[in-house]
Design a protein around this ligand. Structure first.
Ligand SMILES: Cc1cc2nc3c(=O)[nH]c(=O)nc-3n(C[C@H](O)[C@H](O)[C@H](O)COP(=O)(O)OP(=O)(O)OC[C@H]3O[C@@H](n4cnc5c(N)ncnc54)[C@H](O)[C@@H]3O)c2cc1C
Length: 367
């Protein structure tokens, strides 16, 4: 079997790798550089807490792959299972956390509930006014710059062809499958996987499949290096204090997001910018999580173009109109954790026609 993967973000690169591992002849076509879309902009959160419950099977599969990724790909992708702490500032937050913890248990997600004293003793400096927190010890973070190129390079070593900076001019259905005309030549294959991220709906529309999606840019920032003290990734329940989140990287800088509206992004340029006017409000929203942020310098802000589907869930699985066409796009700001799992599951569906991971809620014809 042969396949073209269209779009070289984390989803495309991981799919190319797992397809190649199954012996499929793969060509990955990316119009920029591999991993330079939403993937590189990611905060790097590898979090299961707070996810849509029917997505936890996929998230569990993906977390296991994150754990193996450095060995599997022959390169450190900086996955660190530092744990994920979610602070609670309101009764609504406590209720939300407890009902999620109950529902998530069958998916091997055991959340520890911490009281204020435990938060202070185990995580000094975090959430002084928090009334409780959840702690998920197996979650953590990975490096958004490293993961997609690592998958693409590993796919290449297995025989996949990785074509970058290839402007796609036309996609045509032909008797034997699909033909893609690009600025770097034409490619043909039996199967086509649409992993075009925020642009995925444009590809799907060419095959009569309409997905309500908007392109948005979450705003991110990073501080100067601070004395190292925060191990886990930190977030909040119930969107308290604007739903901010942060983590400290090994050299001390605190990376943060949330606490600000996402900006609109034009799909024609795909250029997502952080809005400096939103930064003070964003930092204020983060102070209850980490008061130390009051007196630090922010050295960089950024954003990225991500596709948000109307119901907040991605599109994954076979096309409903066109045999041989598959989709995995629109990950609504939470695809970084899922990426390796998406790649493995899409390779199973494309090469065997099935997977044991529940994907029914992500079908393209649900709209
Ligand atoms: C600022 C930000 C922070 C985030 N933080 C987190 C987080 O902490 N945790 C988490 O789980 N998720 C996070 N996400 C979401 C996560 O990064 C994305 O869901 C994930 O990276 C999506 O990967 P992708 O491969 O679908 O898309 P992308 O990485 O955008 O890749 C799609 C690729 O398709 C290419 N493409 C599009 N059209 C064509 C075409 N016609 N021809 C060729 N190539 C094409 C694009 O150039 C692009 O490289 C964040 C997203 C953003 C923007």
């Amino acid at each position: 079997m042969d396949a073209i993967v269209l779009g070289g973000g984390l989803m495309g690169a991981a799919s190319a790798y797992f397809l190649a591992r199954r012996g499929v002849r793969v060509t990955l076509v990316e119009r920029n550089r591999v991993g330079s879309g939403a993937t590189v902009a990611s905060f790097g959160n590898i979090r299961r807490s707070g996810r849509y419950i029917p997505q936890l099977a996929l998230a569990r599969r993906s977390l296991a792959l994150w754990g193996e990724a450095s060995k599997m790909l022959g390169r450190d992708v900086e996955f660190r299972a530092t744990g994920h702490l979610r602070l609670i500032f309101s009764q609504a937050g406590l209720d939300e956390m407890r009902s999620f913890a109950e529902a998530a248990r069958p998916w091997d997600l055991d959340l520890e509930e911490l009281g204020p004293k435990e938060i202070r003793s185990r995580f000094p400096g975090l959430g002084p006014k928090a009334i409780a927190a959840s702690f998920s010890p197996k979650d953590g973070s990975g490096n958004p710059r490293l993961i997609a190129p690592a998958f693409a390079d590993a796919a290449r070593r297995l025989g996949a062809k990785i074509v970058e900076e290839a402007d796609v001019r036309a996609i045509t259905r032909v008797v034997s499958g699909f033909k893609i005309e690009t600025s770097k030549g034409d490619y043909a294959a039996e199967a086509l996987l649409n992993t075009a991220g925020a642009w995925g709906a444009r590809i799907a529309a060419q095959f009569g499949e309409n997905v309500p999606i908007v392109a948005k840019g979450p705003q991110m920032g990073v501080t100067e290096p601070l004395p190292h003290r925060i191990l886990p990734v930190v977030g909040v329940w119930a969107h308290d204090h604007g739903g901010g989140y942060l983590r400290q990287v090994e050299r001390g800088n605190v990376v943060f997001g949330g606490g600000a509206e996402r900006t609109d992004v034009s799909l024609d340029t795909g250029y997502a910018t952080a809005d400096p006017a939103r930064l003070p409000g964003q930092l204020r929203a983060l102070l209850p999580l980490l008061p130390m942020l009051a007196n630090v310098a922010v050295i960089r802000t950024w954003s990225g173009c991500e596709g948000y589907v109307e119901d907040g869930l991605p599109v994954m699985g076979p096309s409903a109109t066109t045999p041989g066409l598959f989709h995995a796009f629109g990950f609504c700001g939470h695809g970084f954790q899922l990426g390796p799992g998406v790649g493995e599951v899409m390779a199973e569906i494309m090469s065997m026609g099935r997977t044991d991971v529940f994907l029914d809620d992500f079908k393209i014809n649900r709209f």
